[in-house]
Write a protein that binds this ligand. Structure first.
Ligand SMILES: Cc1cc2nc3c(=O)[nH]c(=O)nc-3n(C[C@H](O)[C@H](O)[C@H](O)COP(=O)(O)O)c2cc1C
Length: 331
């Protein structure tokens, strides 16, 4: 992708369309990329793409909305890196229930080093499902990642005891989902796929064997080819992303927060693994809610760590081509 910071002044229409394309790097549940953009001369409209919602694992659309929020934040980052601010309108439109946000280019702004760093991070960031190294994440990095979500959601660092509770909840969630034929079928559909329209998880990003970690990732139902070293998650920091409500508006903001945290982490050399199985199962979501002692509703578990320097990391997960996600509206 062309570095937008190197592009001189351009009409907002081109800048907006490029931001929508750049948002294609955003993370999403099972790499479903459940969004589409309508690029108008003066605005971008972000829609949920219900055809790529996961009915068995995500019937309420919580993780779909979080994924769309991540795409929204990626677009904002791309605009900033092109020297534009933006206004975001998240007001629901009863006539267009899948419209999640409208983004309008605002004033021009100087491209800061941070804006450039976050944009660069969007193309190098990967979900790394390997165990992390024994090097702990520096406290200043954890604080910066927490700070990055301010105004969108909050991030609580879990204590050692809470990580044990999290591990138990994740174990239960993995067992519940593994016993559910509809969830298993859904997972089989989205994983282990070779090139098929740029969605889903290829074998190269799935661990060759289940990592020996305290907190398990979901059971993908098949071994991948990603080499897993002898690491553990002893030095990992686990956090809960949470907020005030368990409604679509909160989920969208949670996705923006996820993207802000993840791009900041990437810029600081910290690896992030989102874990959502314990959020997907209602009973374990309640356990995570209790870990927050009434402070809010849990949206996602994040594992922070320093990646194993001795093993190659995962390859980039393919994406849907821009033409499949961004429609250029003429009016
Ligand atoms: C809401 C959400 C939930 C996710 N849950 C998991 C998870 O439970 N386990 C996992 O290994 N990856 C999870 N992921 C990571 C996605 O699988 C990943 O973002 C996607 O495959 C694209 O790959 P990339 O992040 O390397 O670009 C999640 C991502 C999002 C946005």
């Amino acid at each position: 992708m062309v570095d937008p910071a190197s592009v001189p002044d351009r009409a907002p229409a081109a800048v907006l369309a490029r931001a929508a394309v750049a948002a294609g790097y955003a993370p999403s549940l099972h790499n479903t990329q459940p969004w589409r953009w309508s690029a108008h001369p003066d605005r971008l409209e972000l829609f949920a793409e219900r055809g790529r919602q996961l009915p068995a694992v995500d019937p309420q659309g919580r993780l779909l909305a979080i994924s769309c929020g991540a795409a929204l934040h990626h677009a904002l980052v791309a605009l900033r890196a092109q020297g534009w601010t933006a206004e975001v309108d998240r007001t629901a439109d009863p006539d267009r229930p899948d419209l999640l946000a409208t983004l309008t280019a605002g004033a021009r702004t100087p491209v800061t080093p941070t804006a450039k760093q976050l944009f660069d991070a969007s193309s190098t960031r990967r979900t790394d499902r390997r165990p992390v190294s024994d090097q702990p994440v520096p406290a200043q990095a954890v604080a910066a990642i927490q700070e990055a979500v301010t105004g969108r959601a909050r991030l609580q660092v879990l204590t050692r005891e809470q990580v044990i509770d999290l591990a138990a909840a994740a174990d239960v969630a993995v067992a519940v989902e593994s016993a559910d034929p509809a969830i298993r079928a859904e997972l089989a559909y989205w994983t282990g796929r070779s090139e098929r329209g740029g969605v889903g998880l290829p074998v190269g990003v799935l661990p060759a064997r289940a990592p020996q970690t305290t907190v398990p990732d979901r059971d993908f139902g098949r071994a991948g080819t990603l080499v897993v070293g002898s690491g553990h998650d002893r030095a990992a920091t686990y956090l809960l992303l949470y907020g005030d409500d368990d409604e679509p508006a909160g989920w969208l903001r949670a996705g923006e927060a996820l993207s802000a945290a993840w791009l900041t982490a990437e810029a600081l050399g910290v690896s992030v693994l989102p874990l959502s199985a314990a959020i997907e199962v209602a009973g374990t979501r309640q356990i995570l809610r209790r870990l927050l002692s009434g402070l809010g509703h849990p949206y996602l578990v994040l594992r922070l760590g320093i990646a194993d320097p001795d093993q190659p990391g995962p390859p980039q997960t393919p994406r849907i081509s821009p033409a499949g996600l961004v429609e250029i509206a003429t009016l």
